[in-house]
Design a binder for this molecule. Structure first.
Ligand code: B16
Ligand code: MG
Length: 219
């Protein structure tokens, strides 16, 4: 039986994935790396430094920069991203998310956050959702990023729950792989072609309800 829900942030709670994409696209242009849909999707859920490595690799430039230069580029992307998320307000919370969170709490479920983003606490403040997420995995303490299971394993741990009693909610293939690897139920938001391994799948956050989840799990 499910007792806890572990949430991704970017692309699940709000449309910040689009701002990450915009900021990386700008950096890829600067580095002379061709921006493709495939590259953009592959970056979803992936940590900042791993994302930069993927972009450099896509352009065959993985050996062209020193670690110091790489950190400088990643910082530049983050500064750009921070300027984009400044405009976030509670109106940017995806449809149905607040209702779902309220419903979970009203029914005694526990919730935690498993975002790879070091900016997650800031974003939650902008969205006025910080009070829902008193349990947040600190990505700075992780050895491995998504798709490794570590972040979702920790998401269950901080709730004091067995992973078998937890579900994770994700928009990225790397995140679904992390949830599945942790032995939890994976709930994907997106398309079947992108999130082939999700146990439960919705096309849109407004379909995310306890009744809809149970209906798909009982199938
Ligand atoms: P930051 P999530 C992930 O957040 C994003 O999907 C990914 O695009 C980003 O690179 C990563 O966080 C790190 O974010 O640079 O802000 O620390 O989807 O796990 O909530
Ligand atoms: Mg995400």
């Amino acid at each position: 039986d499910l007792k806890g829900f572990i949430f991704d942030l970017d692309g699940v709670i709000a449309g910040t994935a689009q701002y990450h994409g915009q900021a990386w696209h700008q950096l890829a242009d600067e580095l002379g790396v061709t921006w493709t849909e495939e590259l953009a999707n592959g970056l979803k859920g992936v940590s900042r430094m791993d994302s930069l490595e993927m972009i450099l690799k896509a352009g065959g430039k993985e050996n062209d920069y020193t670690d110091e230069q790489k950190v400088a580029y990643a910082t530049k992307k983050n500064d750009n991203y921070l300027s984009l998320i400044k405009q976030l307000t509670p109106a940017d919370v995806f449809p149905g998310i607040k209702e779902f969170l309220d419903d979970l709490l009203a029914n005694g479920y526990q919730i935690s956050l498993a975002s790879a983003s070091k900016n997650a606490p800031t974003i939650l403040e902008h969205l006025q959702l910080a009070s829902y997420f008193t349990k947040v995995v600190d990505p700075a303490t992780l050895k491995e990023g998504k798709p490794d299971p570590e972040i979702y394993t920790r998401g269950a741990e901080i709730l004091g729950l067995d992973p078998a009693n937890c579900a994770g909610v994700e928009d990225a293939a790397a995140g679904v792989a992390s949830i599945n690897g942790a032995g939890e139920t994976s709930i994907g938001i997106g398309t079947r072609s992108e999130l082939a391994e999700a146990d439960v799948l919705f096309g849109d956050t407004n379909e995310l309800t306890l009744a809809n989840i149970k209906a798909q799990m009982d199938k």
